[in-house]
Structure formats: C-alpha cells, structure tokens
Write a protein that binds this ligand. Sequence first.
Ligand code: ADP
Ligand code: MG
Length: 699
Amino acid sequence: MPYSLDQSLMYVKGVGPQKAELLGQELSIHTIGDFIHHIPFRYVDRSKINKINEIQSDDNYIQVAGKLIRLEKIGQGPRARLTGKIQDDTGILELVWFQGVRWLSTSLKLGEIYVAYGKPSLFRQELNMSHPEMETWESFQQNKVSGIQPVYSVTEKMRAKKLDSKSLAKISTEIFSVGISIPENLPSVLLQEFSLLSRSKSYQELHFPTGREAFFQAKNRLKFEELFYVQLELLLNNQLRKKNFAGNIFDSVGTLFNSFYQQHLPFELTNAQKRVVKEIRNDMKTGKQMNRLVQGDVGSGKTIVALLSMLIAADNGFQSCMMAPTEILATQHYRGLSELLQNFPIGIALLTGSTKKSERNRIHEGILNGEIHILVGTHALIEDPVRFKSLGLAVIDEQHRFGVEQRSKLWKKAPIPPHILVMTATPIPRTLAMTLYGDLDISIIDELPVGRKPIQTIHFTDKQRIRVLEFMREQIHLGRQVYVVYPMIEESENMDLKFLMDGYEAMLRSFPRPKYQVAIVHGKMKPADKAFEMDQFVKGNCHIMVATTVIEVGVNVPNASVMVIENAERFGLSQLHQLRGRVGRGAEQSFCILMTGDKLSTDGRTRIKTMVDTTDGFKIAEVDLQLRGPGEMSGVRQSGILDLKFANLATDGEIMTQSRLAATTLIEANTVQPNNDYAFVVEELKKRNKGKRDFSAVS
Ligand code: ADP
Ligand code: MG
C-alpha cells in the first residue's frame, strides 16, 4: 500500500516515535505530506567516483576513492587541525579538518581505502578538500546509493541526535520507493494546456531528480500551482465583491462634467488619461462598487482624472472626498482643484488636522447639507466625525500610505459603500501588480502629457560640488527654483538631521540673503512651520528648498527645474524616481543631479546608472525588483504574498502571467464551482487560505 499524505510520519519504516517527535519539534514536520514539502536545498551525485587528476578547483561536491596514506595532527587545543592525504591510481589529494580533530584522528585508519566526499578548493596553489565526509570503501559498497541524492537542511539539534541529511534521505527513499499517493490538485485541462507535470511526479522529481529537464519542469509545475491558487483567490474575491456589494449607479454624465470638459479643461487630455476616465465611467455605472487602482508615473496627470471622476459623481447627486497622505499634499490638491474649479458651481473644502475649530464646524455643516461637493483632506477626514449627505466616491492618493483599517472606516461613511479610486505614482512591475493588487481593477496611465522635456539626470561626486553650485546659480538667475534633498532614515535620524542642517547652512553661505532666499523643510518641524516654508517655495518667494523626503510625494511646483539629491547612493530606486518627479513639471528643461561619494557599491552604481539612463518608471521598478527582491517593494510585505514557497515574484514573471491567464479563464467561464468536477479546486483553495486574513473585503 502506498503511503498517503495525511499519514503520520511515524509509520514510515525506519522513522519511529523518537525521530518523528524530533522532526515535529524542529521542523514542524508531522505528516508524510509535511515531510515531502521539505524540499532538498541541493543535490549530490554519490554514484560517481572522480579521479583525483581530473578534479577542478571549482567543482561542486564530489567524491574520490583511495588509500589514506598520511594523517597528521597539527597544533594543539582549539586551533588544532588534522591533515591527511588520499591517493588513487591517478594522484594524491590533500584533506584537512578543523573540527572533530580528536575523534577523527583516532577513528581514521592509515592505509585503509576510503571514499572522501566534499568540495575541492584551491589553497596556496594546491588542490585540497576541507572537511570531507569519510566513509570506508567497505561501508560505501554496502550502503551504495544510485543516482542523485537529496541534501536536506537540518537543525543543530537534529544533527547532534544523528538525524542528519543522510537520515532524511533514507526516509524519503523509503517513501518514494514504497510509493506515495499525491492527488492532483490542478484541473487536467490546465495540465494539458500548459504542459505541466503531474503533482506526484513533480514531488518525486524534486527529491530524486532524474535529469535537468525533468527537474526544472517539476519546479515550474509547483510554481505554477502556487501562483495559480494565489490568482484564483484574488480573482474570486474580486468577483465575489462585485456580486455582494452594490455600488451607486452613476449613469449620467451631465452638465458639470461636460461643461468642465469643454470649457474649463486647461489642456487636452492624453490618450491614456482619456482611456482611464472611460474605464472609471464604465465602472461607476454598473451598479457594482468600483475598486480601481490607477497607476501612473509622477507627472502623468492623475489629479485631473480624479477631478473628472468627482464631477461625474456630482452630476449624479453625490459627494466625493479625496484623501492624501500628508497635509502638504492635501493642501496642494485643494489649491490645485480650487483653481481648476474657479467660477464653477462646485463646493470644495479642505479638512486636515490643523483646520481651525470654527472652520471645521462650517465644513461639517456644509458636508451634511450637501453644499460641499468635494472634500479634500488627510486621513483626518475619516477619523473626524464627518457626516456626508451622500458620499459616492472616495479618491485615495498614494495608496500605500493608507492602511486597510482606514479604508474600511471610509466605507462606513455611506449606506452604500462609495466607489473607490486609488491612485499611485509608484509603478510596480506588471507581474507583481497582478499578485499584489490582483483583486483590484487596474488602470495604467502610461503616457506623459505632450511637450514635456525629459529630465536630464547627471551624476556628480562630492569633489565636483563647486560645479554643481555654479549650475544652481545659473538656473536661479534664469528664474528657476531648486530642490536640495537629504536622506533621512529613522535609524540614523540625529546624524541625518545634522547633515541636513549643515547642508542648509552651507547653502546659506553660497546663496546669501537677501539676494537669495533658502527655505528648509523636514519632518521634525511643526506642521505650521513646514506649511509656511513650503508655501514660500510654492509661491516662488524663495529660490532653494532644502528638505528631507517629506517633499517626496506629490508636491507640484512647475517652476522648480533642478533637483539635487545629496547622498543619492543612500536612496532606493523608487525613492530616487519619486524625487526626480518633483521637477520637469513646467515647460523648462529640468535637471536631476545625483550627488554621491567617490566609492559606490555595485548596487549603488546600478541604481545611479539606471537613473541616468532612463526616466521610465516601469523600467526602473523592474530593476528595483531585481536588485532588492520582492520583499522590499512597497506594499509587498503587508500583503502577505511573500509566503510563497516555490515561486519568486522577481524572476517568475512568465509563470505568473500564465497562471493568471489560467485563473482568469476559469473564472470568466464560471467553471470553478463547489458542486461540479472542479470541487477539488474549491477545496484546495479553502485549504490554502485557512487562517489567512481576508484583505480583500476592504481594499
Ligand atoms: P501626478 O500624476 O503626478 O499626480 P499631476 O496630476 O500632479 O500628476 O499632473 C502633473 C502636471 O501635469 C500638472 O501641472 C497638471 O496640470 C499637468 N497635466 C496633467 N495632464 C495634462 C495634460 N493632458 N496636458 C498637459 N498638462 C497636463
Ligand atoms: Mg499626484
């Protein structure tokens, strides 16, 4: 009888209660299923004996067989080592051990034939092998294994109790030679369509590979399976939400939208903007709640898309709110929108943490009686006991700074949950977006307004600072404004603050008052002071703004044409890209100057080079993903998708796309149901999501 997955490991021949308990304690392996999920981290070919004269120093683990012709203990105490020589008919190989010296020196026998197994390396021009495992020829013959053997990770405690990788290999040999029934969990149509190995074969192949090709097929199959179930879950949630949550129907595009579009729009929309507005319009008339993410690089013009959406809401008798992550940004949105809406019959107000009591009361009233159509603010807006007359649409700018919890509060502001439009300027690679935001509908603004001159990015080292100052002076004399940004991270906050202040003082010396005005903004300042300084810069009353990354998100000063980033090597790519996006917003040629020290790490150099070479946010995000891995990409950690065991979000884009396609096809055809041939898929999905938090309900 073959073993089964749910069986306790204890019943496998050669395991017994003690080993089973240890495996349970140390690796949480309880069942046979758990055991076969403990995938080897590498493999060795123990059937092949190498000739000593054919060994290369860069060979991986190999074994040689020969006579032990020398054994010598060198030194005393903890620094003692044991050296030996093994000889076959082609040559002699040096062996050396630094641990277990005493035991080895008594148990190894000179003149005996051994098999030495280890990794050869070059030491002082000589080949040797450190810490080879030694087995007598006799025992090697008796225990002979054929083919490639798995190497499993074990803990120290397991090793001490002689439950090492070899013992685990024995267990898996037993399991797979008796046979184990591993039920298939992918529909057969998918196995065929995507030429996937069966699940059973795949596991067998991962423990005992039969060849390169089959091994990679096995891995790919398990990656596919894993990603397929992630996608299926996300898409089902999306479908479920659309089914369960009614949305306000905005079916008329009325006078407000039309007259604004025809008479007040200060520019022609880009095709990408038009497309996205259309997608939003379509969402909002379905009667289902919209949950749409708009991804668009900095400067791609997301604000106007938001405004047009809010006008559609107003046309249908609904209010909108627009939330930004910082007070500066909220204020700026408010100003920008107010300007666009000048002489237009739309009530707009700004509510933040620092709104005065009397003003606040007035706003509360206006929202409740419907005089205010658009409420702009920070998340104070949802914390505040604001009561809307009829909230129909919530726009959330720079989504990753808003938590799930905050968004759920928003839902409670209206009897029918408002449509949600999330805007982000952090482009993420498409394959990652599929997984991260798989349960949102995604729109992409992949086109910048015409006439924008690409920003020129230049790298300078600290030694060239004088040239940079000269360049700044030239630009200022041309009437432009300059940002100088310093890194600021929590771990070195005091130090960073000092750098910033030193930099500020140096600027004051190079650009003295009253001829020049230099402003400063950082996170430790009081909001009112920050706002004041910022305001000076926005109004053009000052030439240089020295700041930390508080200006990172969304600030819009079209006259600013130079962004100097100090210690640029300390910033991540996406941050550099965000910062650079602060310039290049007006008609003038803009510049981004990356200042670094002379010495750069390899990654640092790649980041700087990428910035100099391209302004395409999606390309930059791709490089970022390769450099840092998915775990460091914004939003990934919170999403919990890092628990993937087989797939790698940075490198398995193709499999991701395929699995997404597979899941979409099944869902669109409504194939996956608990009461048909696909019931096992539903079961598998449940099993996989047991105990996981449901993030989808409120995104
Ligand atoms: P972001 O996508 O970074 O939020 P904004 O909405 O702030 O970008 O837009 C950046 C700038 O581009 C603003 O000054 C805005 O008025 C301008 N803009 C937006 N769309 C267009 C367009 N289609 N043509 C010309 N300028 C545009
Ligand atoms: Mg913006």
